[in-house]
Design a binder for this molecule. Structure first.
Ligand code: PRP
Length: 177
């Protein structure tokens, strides 16, 4: 049941106060990754979302998004595509910069990683301000592919990432487990 999955996942996410800086409560997913029952249940649930939303490919967002998305892609029988921080991919890339609280960041994807019309599910561990996920949606659309949805383990509601992401979703679902 969804409520049971939620409780299992919550029980395996550790709150680390004042990391990486004072006043920030870090959500540590390493206990979840170390527990095969919990990691397996999360992988199954995310693979189920791939099927539910008709995904043809899975995009993972560096770095913790890779850990969650790769087994989902295998489980769902779909290809995995990494969206990386700028400067890490060897081929021709599409880049997208986005605003942070102070300054900006840039992510990249191989330009030929997606085919026109393909439906893509984006997977990450945390939706915080939504900047990273929103930039990934722009990359997917610029590659000519379609957004099947965004799925995250956790949504930090107080940071209003859902609101920032809404225009870029264009009606596609945002699922937070
Ligand atoms: C974290 C997290 C998401 C992103 C969410 O990644 O894993 O990718 O930030 O933040 P946002 O919604 O405000 O964009 P981080 O940049 O810390 O990288 P990492 O996964 O490589 O540690």
């Amino acid at each position: 049941a969804p409520g049971e999955l939620r409780e299992l996942l919550l029980s395996k996410i550790a709150d680390v106060p004042d990391y990486p800086k004072p006043g920030v409560m870090f959500k540590d997913i390493t206990p979840l990754l170390a527990d095969p029952a919990a990691f397996g249940a999360l992988t199954d649930a995310l693979a189920g979302l791939c099927e539910q939303h008709g995904a043809d490919k899975v995009v993972g967002l560096e770095a913790r998004g890779f850990i969650l998305a790769a087994p989902v892609a295998v489980r769902a029988g779909l290809g995995f595509v990494p969206v990386r921080k700028a400067g890490k991919l060897p081929g021709t890339t599409l880049g997208q910069s986005y605003e942070l609280e102070y300054g900006s960041a840039e992510i990249e994807m191989h330009a030929d990683a997606l085919s026109p019309g393909e439906r893509v599910l984006v997977i990450d561990d945390v939706l915080a301000t939504g900047g990273t996920a929103d930039a990934s949606l722009q990359l997917i659309r610029r590659a000519g592919a379609e957004v099947a949805g965004v799925a995250v383990l956790m949504e930090l509601g107080f940071l209003a990432g859902r609101r920032r992401l809404e225009p870029g979703l264009k009606g596609a679902p945002l699922e937070a487990l």
